[in-house]
Write a protein that binds this ligand. Structure first.
Ligand code: CA
Ligand code: CA
Ligand code: CA
Ligand code: CA
Length: 348
């Protein structure tokens, strides 16, 4: 599944394309005819700031569902309220083009102008009932004269992918930023992992504009309205800015507990990184078992810093390429070599 802000299909921005995998999945796929399924969104015009997540099975039917967020969508008279469309994976078939304007199973939207709902999308099965929760950021949410940002949890279940409504009516849990211009829930996907190894799922949220990442232990025990100051661990970056713009959870040291990767690319846009950034980006691995209380970048167990101003850490990821049972670290630098871009793999 690949997303693009820029690709157009008959004049409409294409939100993503789906290539069906299998033994024949190799070679070059250079044009639109090669895509098995295409998605567009004719509802909102220009799709700047879209996010796509195709990893969650919200209704628990065994098919991953596709969540599409457009944080710049205007809803009624609410400019940039933001909207999220979710399509049931079971409804997709090869050869079709889908339009998030009408082909959604669930559609929900921000309930305030400039709340930018859909700016980040993530989730997973928080409560272990077999249905993935959708966790969606609205970093522009304004409360008590401050832009604090909200992050909403929409519980998965057999009836979640049906209908539409304001997220204020649909969400079961809401996280709130604590101070002015936190913009909790910007860009970085809300990330699940079991960092302390107690078999209870923990939740990581981010506020990259203030270089701060929050960890909430045992996320299934949380409900209602939770302020970021209630986090069990608060990690603040002191190196390159936009600390927390990217997140990844995986086990790098092989102790069975997830560790946390945090990227700090020093720029919030992948375009013109050399213009916006003024120092090399970085990526940090924090040993999951150390995540409690107040922490800083220097508490990381592994730090990667680029040697050029290239947005390193704009995306971070992990995968076990050599099959030794622990993740390797993948770090993207979209601004490398005049925006040619580079992806590194490290065996930390
Ligand atoms: Ca599904
Ligand atoms: Ca669940
Ligand atoms: Ca845990
Ligand atoms: Ca670990």
């Amino acid at each position: 599944m690949v997303g693009s802000d820029f690709y157009t299909n008959y004049g409409n921005p294409t939100a993503g394309v789906l290539m069906l995998g299998g033994s024949d999945f190799s070679g070059d796929y250079a044009d639109a005819d090669a895509f098995d399924v295409t998605f567009s969104n004719t509802a909102y015009g220009y799709d700047s700031g879209i996010r796509v997540d195709s990893s969650l099975d919200v209704d628990g039917d065994g098919y991953d569902d596709i969540a599409y967020g457009n944080s710049y969508a205007s809803v009624g008279s609410d400019t940039y309220a933001g909207a999220l469309s979710v399509m049931s994976g079971a409804d997709l078939s090869a050869g079709n083009d889908y339009d998030f304007k009408e082909d959604y199973s669930l559609r929900t939207w921000g309930n305030q102008s400039y709340s930018e709902f859909g700016h980040s999308i993530g989730g997973g099965d928080l409560d272990g009932d077999g249905y993935d929760e959708l966790i969606v950021g609205a970093p522009g949410y304004y409360y008590d004269s401050r832009t604090v940002g909200y992050v909403y949890v929409i519980a998965g279940g057999t009836s979640t992918l049906g209908g539409s409504g304001s997220v204020g009516l649909i969400a079961t849990t809401r996280f709130e930023g604590a101070t002015a211009n936190d913009r909790l829930g910007a860009i970085a996907p809300p990330t699940l992992g079991d960092f302390d190894g107690d078999d209870n799922v923990d939740l990581v949220l981010s506020a990259p504009d203030i270089n701060t990442v929050y960890l909430f232990s045992d996320a299934s025990s949380l409900s209602g309205e939770i302020v970021s100051t209630e986090a069990d661990a608060t990690i603040t970056g002191t190196g390159p800015s936009q600390f927390g713009l990217s997140l990844y959870a995986g086990d790098f040291n092989g102790d069975g507990a997830d560790d946390l990767v945090i990227g700090a690319p020093d720029a919030s846009s992948a375009s013109y990184i050399s213009y916006y950034a003024n120092q090399p980006g970085a990526a940090y691995i924090f040993d999951g078992t150390t995540l409690s209380g107040t922490l800083g970048s220097t508490d990381a167990s592994y730090t990667m810093v680029s040697d050029s101003i290239d947005g390193a850490g704009f995306n971070v990821n992990g995968a076990d390429f050599d099959g030794d049972g622990t993740d390797e670290l993948i770090v993207s630098a979209p601004g490398y070599a005049s925006s040619a871009g580079r992806v590194w793999v490290f065996n930390p």
